[in-house]
Design a protein around this ligand. Structure first.
Ligand SMILES: C[S@@+](CC[C@H](N)C(=O)[O-])C[C@H]1O[C@@H](n2cnc3c(N)ncnc32)[C@H](O)[C@@H]1O
Length: 502
């Protein structure tokens, strides 16, 4: 049995004894062998030192450390290290005997290859360990980790206090593992984590990102995109990312980040590799967000305009149902106007009335502040289910409803022209563009954002206004997503078949 298989068997043997709830509460999700090997191979590819130190800070069955040792031993003899020190941390005492057995097996494999292995298993909380708290770089360190995921209480959790340098808002324990180990990585040291994507862009991960990027240079990223049902291992991988990084050098060469993608674990071998300039992945503002561009030919690259450039603004519907209860009506009256809710807006389609909701609002002096002019605009759901084909569900409103003004409920956003009127073609074009696959991919690449909010819309690079209008002229009144992709790609000069077929 290989080292990885042995670690896998012991890790899985342990999780099989846990209930699902226990597994979730303790973050006991073990890395599958194919992924462990994939992570380790890239981690050690450039390692040349004779003395390396391997850290697995949340070891479980030790599969990641085993994969690193296996990958180091698989190197050509003249590139293999002579000494390996292994540091394994695991909080759960029940996993320690398995780790001890694995370390013995690793030592034998190393001895057979002429490599000396020393190990230390610490049954303690890594974040409270002397090593993590000291935060000093360790010569020759290679860190590999699948950390636990768990929200921590910022005020009462000691770990959040002790690692406050990486805490902003509500921390998740996994980001503390990332940041704490980043501090330990020396120039030339290596670091690899498999985690949810949320750290890449989430607000609450800002301080952790700052710490990571102060100590590390991201070398490579792999995104799992799986949306299929049925593969247990793969479905856990949804929205998961693997990041590889090196300890920062004093002088950084201008770098590319290697990017790969796969559906799950089974097609890792076929994942295509692209190299993208670092500045396309790592933001250079104070938020230092990371995104995963789709390909080297990013259409957004050349666009510098945003909604503001064209005089558009995005706002949130002002009718908050419980506060406006006295103005909202079941039936129409001579002084009422349409009130649009989330349910009235489907993808590229507005249906009113639907006789389901209280869908009228009285237009009086008292309610006038919450009403908007009845003019062309794009209406957009602020919340849509994750399973929806596109992150943005929106529709052009071209002025077909009665009344001088309209009510928009608070679960809708709307894009309108700040002074003057949006034309119906602009509304149709903008709506189709926002629902298109190119925009969808752009938003999905901003990791962690399942809902597209007003700030993200304001930041979205837009093609020339003439192209938006052209899209509006070409799409039908209620276009399907396929039609939208076809028209948007044609007008913007993007590959039509490839984009529309997917
Ligand atoms: C997601 S599992 C990953 C296990 C293993 N590294 C793998 O890839 O299969 C996380 C492991 O970290 C352990 N753990 C949780 N919190 C920890 C902490 N604060 N310090 C050390 N280990 C911890 C859990 O018991 C669990 O075994």
């Amino acid at each position: 049995m290989t080292l990885v298989d042995a670690a896998h068997a012991s890790g899985r043997g342990f999780t099989a004894t846990l209930s699902r709830d226990e597994q979730r509460a303790m973050g006991q999700y073990m890395t599958p062998p194919t992924i462990a090997r994939f992570m380790a191979q890239r981690l050690v590819a450039d390692v040349q030192q004779d003395h390396v130190r391997v850290l697995e800070p949340s070891a479980g069955g030790g599969i990641l450390a085993a994969a690193v040792v296996e990958a180091l031993l698989a190197k050509q003899e003249d590139q293999r290290p002579g000494f390996i020190d292994l540091y394994l941390f695991e909080l759960d005492a029940r996993l320690v005997p398995g780790l001890e057995a694995l370390c013995h097996q690793m030592a034998q494999a190393c001895q057979a290859a002429g490599v000396q292995l020393d190990w230390r298993i610490s049954q303690e909380d890594f974040l409270l360990s002397e090593l993590a708290l000291r935060g000093q770089a360790i010569e020759g360190l290679l860190t590999i980790s699948n950390p636990p995921f768990l929200k921590l209480n910022k005020t009462s959790d000691r770990r959040a206090h002790l690692h406050s340098y990486a805490v902003y808002g509500q921390p998740n324990i996994y980001s503390l593992f990332m940041a704490a180990t980043a501090r330990l990585t020396p120039p030339g040291g290596k670091w690899c984590f498999i985690t949810p994507r949320s750290w890449m862009a989430g607000q609450y991960f800002k301080a952790a990102r700052h710490t990571m990027l102060a100590h590390l240079t991201i070398d490579s990223l792999h995104a799992f995109e799986n949306r299929r049902e049925g593969f247990e291992e793969d479905s856990v991988l949804q929205e998961t990312v693997i990041a590889w990084a090196s300890g920062r050098q004093l002088f950084e060469p201008s770098l590319n980040i290697l990017l790969t993608r796969s559906q799950g674990a089974s097609d890792l071998d076929q994942s295509q590799v692209t190299a993208v300039p670092t500045e396309r992945v790592v933001g250079d503002d104070e938020h230092v967000m990371l995104s995963l561009p789709q390909s080297q030919q990013d259409p957004f690259e050349g666009w510098t305009a945003t909604l503001r450039t064209y005089g558009f603004e995005v706002s949130t519907g002002r009718v908050v149902a419980f506060r406006a209860a006295e103005h909202i009506r079941e039936t129409a009256s001579s002084w009422s106007v349409p009130l649009l809710w989330l349910q009235h807006v489907k993808q590229q389609e507005i249906n009113w009335p639907i006789r389901k909701k209280r869908e009228h609002i009285s237009a009086t002096a008292a309610s006038s502040w919450m009403l908007v002019p009845n003019a062309p605009m794009v209406l957009m759901r602020r919340f849509s289910p994750k399973e929806d084909a596109r992150r943005v569900t929106c529709a052009p409103y071209v002025g077909m409803l009665p009344g001088l003004v309209l009510g928009l409920e608070n679960h809708l956003n709307y894009i309108y022209r700040l002074s003057g009127r949006m034309t119906p073609y602009e509304a149709r074009g903008l709506s189709a563009f926002l629902a298109s696959k190119v925009v969808d991919e752009h938003f999905r690449a901003l990791a962690g954002s399942t809902q597209v909010n007003a700030t993200e819309l304001r930041k979205l690079p837009l093609p020339p206004l003439a192209a938006i209008e052209e899209i509006g002229r070409k799409v039908s009144a209620k276009p399907s997503l396929e039609e939208i992709d076809e028209v948007v790609n044609r007008v913007l000069g993007l590959p039509v078949a490839a984009q529309a077929a997917a």
